[in-house]
Design a protein around this ligand. Structure first.
Ligand code: 13P
Length: 255
């Protein structure tokens, strides 16, 4: 039995003050939801992490970074290491988001180094994989997922696989309003689970949570979360309003 996870990726939105206001509103909107129903994660920009950590003290919300640099410290102007994130109070970190891969040139190799750095610092990685529209239209979806998964998780132990969070985010569904259909998401998630089983063993693979991301909203979450291998959602645009994200998270009480 996997507890569903709902993660809010705020991307480059929200100051510390805005984060605190969101957290307060969200707490009120979800006061009837039990921690056994769902785990909830927010990923603010680096500059709002400390304020978010302070505001979530005593709450069941966990805080994640949106990226990290794989070196522990050094002359890397503008970068933030896993150790710095951990010291700021984050417990998780998003790695390999398609915006990082596409806009900032991240590779499968850098994803792997970041996953290792996160584990070394005691952060839980949220590893993103997903195909572009071109890749889907060429029939390469599963091959792309295999490549990203194999390279990104290379060197992980079974226990690390069980604890980490995987996110299937088809690039064509991100910020477009066009989510994957149940058939498309179901096929990709089942494939990812099958590969995790092959490579890391069934016991560990069956504990890993695999989230869907890409135009998730209150109107489509029920169908997506109803799929066997969809264990929650990584939400961008619809997480910016606390009430909308609360509506998404609230479906977990009906599962
Ligand atoms: P949207 O929910 O805005 O499509 O973004 C998804 C995403 O990139 C989450 O990481």
């Amino acid at each position: 039995m996997r507890i569903p996870v709902f993660a809010a990726n705020w991307k480059m939105h929200k100051t510390g003050l805005e984060a605190v206001a969101w957290i307060r509103e969200f707490a009120v909107a979800t006061k009837n939801l039990s921690a056994a129903d769902a785990e909830v994660i927010i990923a603010p920009p680096f500059t709002a992490i400390a304020a978010a950590v302070e505001a979530t003290r005593g709450a069941t919300l966990a805080v994640a970074g949106q990226n990290l640099h794989f070196e522990r410290q050094g002359a890397f102007t503008g970068e933030v290491s896993a150790a710095l994130l951990k010291a700021a109070g984050a417990d998780l970190v998003i790695i390999g988001h398609s915006e990082r891969r596409r806009i900032f040139g991240e590779t499968d190799e850098s994803v792997q180094r970041k996953v290792t750095a996160a584990h070394t610092a005691g952060l839980v990685p949220i590893v993103c994989v997903g195909e572009t529209l071109d890749e889907r239209e060429r029939g390469e979806t599963l091959a792309v997922l295999d490549r990203q998964l194999k390279a990104g998780l290379d060197g992980c132990s079974g226990d690390q696989i069980a604890a980490l969070i995987l996110a299937y985010e088809p690039v064509w569904a991100i910020g477009t309003g066009k989510n994957a259909t149940a058939t498309e998401a179901g096929e990709a998630h089942a494939h990812l689970r099958r590969r995790l089983r092959e490579w890391f063993g069934g016991t560990h693979a069956d504990r890993c949570r695999i989230l869907y991301g890409g135009s998730v909203k209150p109107e489509n979450i029920k169908e997506l979360i109803g799929l066997e291998d969809v264990d929650g959602a990584l939400v961008g645009g619809a997480s910016l309003e606390s009430s909308t994200f609360a509506a998404i998270v609230s479906v977990s009480a009906t599962l």
